[in-house]
Design a protein around this ligand. Structure first.
Ligand code: GSH
Length: 194
């Protein structure tokens, strides 16, 4: 009964230890290929992580998800500081129904968050598909980096009310790699069909 949970725990611990041991990538790859040649029918572990473009995508994608969480946390802090609550029950808990109201700073945070949803969610789709289609890892990394910094600057410009057109330029720059990835995905699919 305990065999399966023990096996799971063992393999998770092994994975964590292999991450924290900081062995050079070459050494890890060599050991894997030796293991694979010994047990050719065994499932290959870490195949996704061997795709450099996909690893870069996971890295920047996760950072951007964390950035979105940060905007949500900032929104909550602005609500508390300015006593601006979205729901009557929250307002009642913090002093009275008069605090169930709107505020320009909270609205700004919400717009920044909504704009992230309009742009980062599509990136999570496009980036994943694009990196699985075998792009040059360096070119892929440039796509992700441009999008990442574009979105960071967009958020900073939005929340700190930086002078126009900083936010719009950041938005446009971040859109470029997305269009590039979308076009490359479409071309690859069309080439396969015709
Ligand atoms: N839904 C966006 C579409 C266009 C867009 O994303 N524009 C960028 C650059 S001007 C932006 O930061 N818009 C502000 C926002 O979405 O709140 C809008 O209504 O503006």
């Amino acid at each position: 009964m305990w065999r399966l949970p023990c096996l799971c725990l063992f393999s998770t611990t092994k994975t964590i230890l292999s991450f924290t041991s900081f062995r050079p990538l070459k050494e890890v790859k060599l050991q894997r290929s030796v293991e694979q040649s010994k047990h050719p029918s065994a499932p290959r572990s870490g195949t996704m992580m061997e795709n450099e473009a996909f690893t870069a995508f996971i890295f920047y994608g996760t950072l951007l998800v964390l950035k979105m969480y940060a905007v949500a946390i900032i929104t909550g802090q602005v609500r508390l500081r300015k006593k601006v609550f979205a729901n009557p029950e929250d307002a009642l808990r913090h002093g009275g129904l008069q605090y169930h109201r709107e505020d320009p700073d909270v609205e700004r945070c919400l717009r920044a968050h909504r704009n992230d949803m309009e742009n980062i969610y599509p990136f999570l789709f496009l980036g994943a598909v694009y990196s699985l289609l075998g792009p040059d890892p360096d070119v892929a990394r440039i796509h992700f980096l441009v999008f990442f910094f574009g979105r960071i600057i967009h958020t900073v410009a939005y929340l700190l009310k930086l002078r126009a057109p900083t936010r719009s330029v950041a938005y446009t720059v971040a859109q470029l790699p997305c269009f590039s990835m979308a076009l490359q995905i479409l071309f690859k699919v069309l080439r396969r069909w015709w």
